[in-house]
Write a protein that binds this ligand. Sequence first.
Ligand code: 5GP
Length: 144
Amino acid sequence: MTLHDTYDPSNIFAKILRGEMPAVKVYEDDIALAFMDVFPQSEGHTLVIPKDVTARNLLDMPPEKLGPFMLVVQKVTQAVEAALTPDGIVVTQFNGAPAGQTVYHLHVHIIPRSEGKALGRHGSGGMADMGDLEKLAARIRAKL
Ligand code: 5GP
């Protein structure tokens, strides 16, 4: 059962929030942290995670924190669009393993799409080059 379970503070995103694991950061404030996905499904694939919550997924998110969090998601999505000018952008999240979730701290994916370019496989693509991610993050940060 992965849809409803106890929040595990040793999950990778909690470690990133505590500074115990590195991340290529794009944006950070009191509400959320945005960083580059290391197994990107497309160039510029960015993740946004809420701070100060023990929410495994959307169902667990305190309602009063959801609105402010989604405003950060929109802000980062706008910066991704301005920086990378994709043809489209998928903004999505998964709840529970059968839905595709692999990390159990609520996160929203921002995935730029280009006409005619196939989407990489979710959770099973290759690891990105850190230098490339740093360059992409710098371009996105410049639009924030
Ligand atoms: P989920 O499958 O839970 O919706 O998404 C988890 C996402 O986290 C995947 O897209 C995966 O590529 C990404 N991911 C997994 N481990 C790490 C990591 O250590 N660092 C970063 N930046 N992304 C990760």
